[in-house]
Design a protein around this ligand. Structure first.
Ligand code: BTN
Length: 319
C-alpha cells in the first residue's frame, strides 16, 4: 500500500473514531503530522470514493448511514489468532484475485484484502458475485494451512462454520458453504488454493456477506438475503475475522472432528431430501451430514453415497 493510501486510511480512521462529535481538520493534521490542506485533499478523495463525510476544516463527521471500513481501526480492534494486515480499497476486480496475487508473492498468513465494490467478483462454479457498493462485505483472507492436500478439502467448511458463528444462532449452512438465514442466502464463500502432493502453498478464503441489502443472485437455487441486524460493517467484519481465526486454529490443533460437530449443528440439509448434480448424473437421497473431508453424506435407496463435489440442485423443505 502506498504512503498516500496509508495517510488516507489514517484520515478515515480519525473521522470514524471521532463518532458523532466529529473532529477538526487541524486535529487530524496534528495527529498525523501533515498540513490541514493535505487532510482536506484526503477527505475530498474519500468522498470521491463514496464515503459520506460532512463538514469542512472546522469539523468532519460521517454522514447519516455512512458505514465505512477503516482498516487502521479494524487492525487495532482485532483479537485472537490469524491477525494479519488489513487492506481495504474502494473498488477492485476480485478480492480473491488480489489475495491470490499477494499470496503468490509471499504475503503472510492472515492478510485481509477487502473492497467496497468488485467489478469482477467471482462465485463458485464460474458464477459471478454481485453486490452494490458498500452494501456488503467482500473480502479475502490469505491462509497457509499446514495440512495435507486431502485434509485441506475441509477448509471451505471451516470458513462456513466461522461465518455462521459470527452471524449467530439462526445461521445455517447449506453444503458445502452457503450461509442461509430464514431461507435466504446471506453469504457465499469461495476458497481457492495452490497445492501439490506434499501440501498447501497458499489458500484464499473469499467471503461475500450481504449486510445492508440483498442483490439479485445469479445462483438460481437461492433467494438472496442480507444480515441487516443493525451491526455496522466494521463490527461484522471483526466478528467474522475473529471467529475465522478461532475455527481455523481449532482445525489445525484438533483436526476435523470439532468442525464436523459444529457443522452438524448448523446443517441445513441434514434429514432433508436432496438432489445433487454430478458430472455423471444426479444423486437423490437424504442429507446425512458431512465426513471429515467435508464430503456430503447422502443416504439413498442404494445405501450411503459420499460426495466430494457436485452441486445441490434441489432440497425438499417439507416432509
Ligand atoms: C458463491 O456463493 O458462489 C461464492 C461467492 C464468493 C464471493 C466472494 S466476494 C469476496 C471474494 N472475491 C470474489 O471474487 N469472490 C469472493
Amino acid at each position: 500500500m502506498s504512503g498516500i493510501d496509508q495517510r488516507r486510511d489514517a484520515v478515515l480512521a480519525a473521522i470514524v473514531a471521532a463518532g458523532p462529535e466529529g473532529v477538526s481538520g487541524e486535529a487530524i493534521a496534528t495527529q498525523l503530522g501533515c498540513s490541514r490542506a493535505a487532510v482536506h485533499r484526503h477527505v475530498a478523495a474519500l468522498r470521491r470514493t463514496g464515503v459520506a463525510i460532512v463538514g469542512e476544516h472546522g469539523g468532519y463527521v460521517l454522514g447519516d448511514g455512512a458505514d465505512p471500513i477503516a482498516p487502521a481501526l479494524i487492525a487495532a480492534r482485532r483479537s485472537g489468532p490469524l491477525r494479519g494486515p488489513v487492506h481495504w480499497s474502494p473498488t477492485t476486480g476480485s478480492t480473491n484475485d488480489d489475495a491470490a496475487r499477494f499470496a503468490r508473492d509471499g504475503a503472510p498468513e492472515g492478510l485481509v484484502i477487502g473492497a467496497d465494490a468488485q467489478t469482477a467478483g467471482r462465485g463458485r462454479r464460474g458464477r459471478t458475485w454481485v453486490a452494490a457498493r458498500g452494501d456488503a462485505l467482500t473480502f479475502s483472507v490469505v491462509l497457509r494451512p499446514s495440512v495435507s492436500p486431502i485434509d485441506a478439502a475441509l477448509l471451505p467448511l471451516v470458513v462456513a462454520v466461522a461465518v455462521a458463528d459470527a452471524l449467530g444462532p439462526d445461521a445455517r449452512i447449506a453444503w458445502p458453504n452457503d450461509i442461509v438465514i430464514d431461507g435466504r442466502k446471506v453469504c457465499g464463500i469461495l476458497c481457492e488454493s495452490s497445492t501439490d502432493e506434499t501440501g498447501v502453498a497458499w489458500a484464499v478464503a473469499g467471503i461475500g456477506l450481504n449486510v445492508r441489502a440483498a442483490p439479485t443472485l445469479t445462483d438460481a437455487r437461492w433467494t438472496a438475503g442480507a444480515v441487516s441486524d443493525g451491526r455496522p460493517r466494521a463490527d461484522l467484519l471483526l466478528a467474522v475475522l475473529e471467529h475465522l481465526g478461532q475455527r481455523y486454529q481449532q482445525w489445525l490443533d484438533h483436526g476435523a472432528a470439532p468442525i464436523v460437530a459444529a457443522y452438524a449443528e448448523r446443517d441445513l440439509l441434514a434429514g432433508r431430501g436432496v438432489t445433487v448434480a454430478l458430472p455423471a448424473g444426479e444423486v437423490a437421497g437424504t442429507g446425512a451430514g458431512i465426513d471429515e473431508f467435508g464430503r456430503l453424506r447422502v443416504i439413498g435407496p442404494a445405501g450411503e453415497r459420499v460426495l466430494g463435489s457436485g452441486e445441490v440442485v434441489r432440497v425438499e423443505w417439507d416432509g
